[in-house]
Design a protein around this ligand. Structure first.
Ligand code: NAD
Length: 258
């Protein structure tokens, strides 16, 4: 018999902004499976919201971490090293691009905007992994990041975030290759559109939701809980033979020929 029991395992979940966040859906699934959790938030503005969410999951640790500030990542690694001694699961649900770079012409993306989007949305996967690697290596682990179809297709308004997702997905493969010998697996979930804070920043997002539901095989949009369940699979031993992959949780959108 196979079941998912994550008791005694530790999950660092990054990218919870509010109850709509995909990382929050993943955190809830991990908690139900018995994992110990640390949630990180970026910036004081989100602190009270994330702390309030965390109160609904007893025992959860909440720490600040802004991936543009290495010292905050190192502080998380230090705290979890002292509290837990190891990390078995890392969830990277982080992305950011300047509003103007998601509204205007892609060709006009500023140098700063391009660098910032790629730093926060793609480089952070490497940088965080590197800084918590001593904890991940202890017992072996599984890393999951969140991507979108714009990594490989032209999607209106997605602009520089598509570039960031392409880099993110290549980084998943390169990291999976490099960390495989340490028994650390790395995978991405490419999710269909879900209404979240980040998604609302994409110009025309409501229209995207509608078109997606019309065109995909299941004729509906996905839920954040479906992303949570797929992440639970990728973070648990049920997926022990899978690494370096992008798994599509998109209600059958990508595979369609129209
Ligand atoms: P969200 O806004 O809830 O989450 C994005 C998170 O990134 C926020 O918690 C935000 O605080 C964090 N973040 C931004 N800058 C940061 C920084 N400097 N340091 C640390 N954290 C920072 O939205 P979401 O949709 O849950 O996004 C999570 C991930 O899922 C993103 O990578 C997004 O691109 C991806 N994704 C979302 C969808 C969708 O339709 N919602 C689809 C596919 C992929």
């Amino acid at each position: 018999m196979y079941s998912i029991d994550l008791s005694g395992r530790h999950a660092l979940v990054m990218g919870v902004a509010n109850h709509r966040s995909l990382s929050w859906a993943i955190a809830q699934c991990l908690h139900q499976a018995g994992a110990e959790l640390c949630l990180t938030y970026a910036g004081e503005r989100l602190q009270s919201t994330v702390e309030e969410l965390a109160r609904s999951l007893p025992g959860v640790i909440v720490l600040e971490c802004d991936v543009t500030r290495d010292e905050t990542i190192d502080a998380v690694a230090k705290t979890l090293g002292e509290r837990w001694g190891s990390i078995e699961m890392l969830v990277h649900g982080i992305a950011f691009a300047k509003k103007e770079d998601l509204e205007g012409a892609f060709v006009a993306t500023s140098r700063d905007g391009f660098q910032l989007a790629l730093e926060v949305s793609a480089y952070s996967l490497l940088n965080v992994t590197h800084r918590v690697l001593p904890l991940l290596e202890k017992n072996g682990g599984s890393i999951v990041t969140l991507s979108y179809l714009a990594a490989e297709r032209a999607v209106p308004s997605y602009n520089v975030m598509g570039s960031a997702k392409a880099v993110l997905e290549q980084s998943v493969r390169q990291l999976a290759y490099e960390l495989g010998p340490k028994n650390v697996r790395v995978n991405a979930i490419s999710a269909g559109p879900v209404s979240t804070l980040a998604a609302r920043g994409i110009h025309g997002f409501t229209d995207m939701l509608k078109k997606h539901a019309e065109r995909c095989a299941l004729k509906r949009n996905i839920t954040k809980e479906e992303v949570g369940k797929a992440a639970l699979f990728l973070l648990s031993d049920l997926s022990s033979g899978i690494t370096g992959e992008v798994i599509y949780v998109d209600a059958g959108y990508r595979m369609m020929g129209w």
